[in-house]
Design a protein around this ligand. Structure first.
Ligand SMILES: [Cu+2]
Length: 170
């Protein structure tokens, strides 16, 4: 016979199972579609052109750093803020018209990150996927100077950085 306490417990377990399923469905529906990701189009390429290959005069490596995550904690921090990630470095200086390789190292084995780059007017120019445990590399040539924000859309508001594009030196 089920007494009242047991019934209550059973109800709670069932409610939790339902919640877990809902969470699983929600994450399965998260955007994984590759159409989601794109390089600068013709108009955006006038501001920054991005290529898979080509000569570069400089290279910057940007890593995805796990600041506080469920595997390693601190537990209290994860409970309060959720999992926290950061790009490292967060501030990058690049010269205008100097082809520069940016290589993103996703150091996490179980976390996808992405890269959105916006122009100084906050218009998004491109969206790259940064798959787990992999390096994603492109040659960037900025054609105008200013401050370009970049961020991981999956880990907002904390996973951000800025590229300062400086006038060409000549
Ligand atoms: Cu991220």
């Amino acid at each position: 016979m089920l007494n009242r306490a047991k019934l209550k417990l059973l109800w709670r377990v069932m409610a939790m199972l339902t919640m877990t399923r809902l969470v699983a469905i929600a994450s399965a529906a998260a955007p994984v579609d590759d159409k989601h990701y794109y390089l600068p189009d013709a108009a955006a390429s006038k501001i920054v052109s991005v290529a898979k290959t080509g000569k570069a005069e400089a290279e910057v490596i940007v890593m995805t750093e796990a600041v506080a995550i469920k595997e390693t904690g601190p537990k209290e921090t994860v409970a309060k803020f959720g999992e926290v990630y950061a790009f490292s470095p967060t501030l990058i200086a690049i010269q205008r018209d100097v082809p520069t390789i940016l290589t993103f190292w996703n150091l996490q084995s179980d976390d996808e990150h992405d890269l959105m780059l916006a122009d100084p007017n906050s218009r998004v120019l491109m969206h790259l996927k940064l798959p787990p445990l992999s390096k994603t590399s492109y040659t960037f040539t900025f054609h105008r100077d200013g401050i370009f924000n970049f961020y991981c859309a999956m880990h907002q508001p904390e996973m951000n950085g800025q590229i300062i594009v400086m006038p060409a030196s000549k």
